[in-house]
Design a protein around this ligand. Structure first.
Ligand SMILES: NC(=O)c1ccc[n+]([C@@H]2O[C@H](COP(=O)([O-])OP(=O)(O)OC[C@H]3O[C@@H](n4cnc5c(N)ncnc54)[C@H](OP(=O)(O)O)[C@@H]3O)[C@@H](O)[C@H]2O)c1
Length: 219
């Protein structure tokens, strides 16, 4: 059984991955910036007989990542990292505010890199450790009004494929590519007109968790 650290575990896909992996008997360490959603997911897992812990963590702050990784690894033996947290950034390039661009790059790219780098020495000491990076079809092809989001996901894809080579035989690294999901990700943007037509994050989580021995998952 793994002890799985999941980022962005209070909502959307991260929450559903936490619920499915907990049901399979794994211990879950839920992380995200807001405490209340993490507590809700933790309560759901515990009520279902599972094991879960929560730690607030802001991936854009390197010092916070370092502090929280130190605290988490003092308490737990983490064997599986799921880099799921991410933010959107939608609109034509000329209309995007520099703050939106920075937040997307800081969260999706630097956050993923910071946390992976900080946790890696700990993971390398474990038996058959794993890393899964939640990317997107935005990591595979360019899209209109998604230039910065796509750039961030191409970066995560490059990071993932490079780690697959660099850590071969030491850490299993999985890249996941999925299309749109009906999650809070789309709140505050009209980029998608009718999100009810998208896949549910529960359905996507079930597919991902059934295929997580593969280097690439396409949903
Ligand atoms: N929804 C889609 O259509 C879709 C499609 C393909 C791929 N994806 C990818 O799937 C992943 C999950 O997204 P989702 O759809 O489930 O959206 P979501 O419900 O908005 O989840 C994103 C999570 O990231 C966390 N987060 C954001 N900024 C953070 C930060 N600085 N530090 C730590 N946690 C942070 C959020 O929690 P807090 O606000 O509490 O921090 C939130 O729980 C993302 O990587 C996204 O790019 C989504």
């Amino acid at each position: 059984m793994h002890t799985i650290l999941i980022t962005g575990a209070g909502t959307g896909l991260g929450k559903e991955l936490a619920l499915v992996y907990a049901k399979k008997g794994h211990t879950i360490i839920l992380t995200g910036r807001k405490n209340a959603p993490l507590q809700e997911v933790k309560a759901m897992i515990v009520a279902d007989g599972g094991r879960a812990f929560s730690h607030t963590l802001d991936l854009t702050q390197l010092a916070d990542v370092q502090r929280k990784v130190a605290a988490i690894t003092e308490e737990h033996t983490v064997t599986y990292l799921i880099n799921n947290a991410g933010v959107g950034c939608f609109g034509s390039l000329t209309e995007l505010a520099s703050e939106e661009i920075e937040l997307a790059i800081q969260t999706n790219v630097l956050g993923t890199i910071y946390l992976t780098k900080e946790l890696l020495p700990h993971l390398l000491k474990q038996q058959q450790p794993k890393i899964m990076n939640i990317i997107s079809t935005a990591g595979q092809k360019g899209k209109v009004n998604e230039s910065v989001y796509v750039a961030s996901k191409f970066a995560v894809r490059g990071f993932t494929e490079s780690l697959q080579k660099e850590l071969e035989g030491k850490v299993m690294v999985t890249a996941t590519y999925m299309g749109g999901m009906d999650t809070p990700f789309w709140n505050g943007t009209d980029h998608i007109k009718d999100k009810s037509r998208l896949k549910s994050p529960k359905e996507v989580a079930e597919i991902i968790t059934s295929q997580d021995v593969l280097p690439e998952i396409h949903v």
